[in-house]
Unconditional design. Structure first.
Length: 201
């Protein structure tokens, strides 16, 4: 009997001790302020093979979609134009001039967030409807706009610089569009892209 009492006392001590520990931890958790921890993002490290330092100190990235610095005078501008309809009514509304910039390594240059002042000029062909020589060709369109991103000029439908026919100063003898010239002001210079484009009216 005495032995059973001792076992009961020991069991009660264990139960009370364990319960007290649980109550103590619960009270500690209630008293401590809850802090939400955010995982610290680890920096993304690009492989060295994708990076190269340019003469200006800018880092350029090959074969990637990383934003590059704006075009400079050492780059090249290429353009091409096509007729397009954009008002929802049948019939072409004008031409869209697509553009791309290329660096010295002939790689397409990607950028965003720039403000590049752009001058768009459209000329008649060298001859009129009667094949009489026009020297110099007449300016049909002379406007300024801005380019903010390389993606604006991609060769997707309706991307590029819109040049409406109703803003071109055609007269009856004009044979159509002979040449398009785009001048983009960049750091320390101007890039020029030209296309001979015979569009007969």
């Amino acid at each position: 009997m005495q032995r059973e009492n001792i076992i009961i006392v020991i069991l009660l001590a264990i139960i009370l001790g364990g319960g007290g520990y649980v109550v103590y931890n619960h009270l500690q958790a209630q008293a401590a302020p809850v802090q939400e921890t955010q995982p610290t993002p680890s920096p993304t490290v690009l492989p060295e093979s994708t990076m190269s330092a340019g003469a200006s100190g800018d880092i350029s990235y090959e074969n990637s979609d990383i934003v590059l610095s704006s075009p400079s005078s050492s780059d090249r501008l290429e353009i091409f134009a096509e007729p397009a309809e954009w008002d929802g009514n049948p019939g072409d509304d004008g031409i869209i001039v697509h553009f791309s910039f290329y660096d010295e390594k002939n790689q397409k240059k990607k950028f965003d967030g720039a403000i590049l002042r752009t001058h768009v000029l459209v000329y008649t062909p060298d001859t009129d409807r009667h094949l009489v020589e026009v020297r110099p060709p007449k300016v049909l369109y002379n406007r300024y706009t801005t380019i903010a991103s390389s993606s604006e000029g991609e060769s997707y439908p309706l991307r590029g610089i819109r040049v409406p026919y109703n803003e071109m100063s055609f007269v009856s003898n004009d044979r159509g569009i002979g040449k398009i010239r785009v001048e983009v002001q960049v750091s320390q210079g101007t890039l020029v892209g030209e296309e001979n484009y015979l569009y007969c009216r």
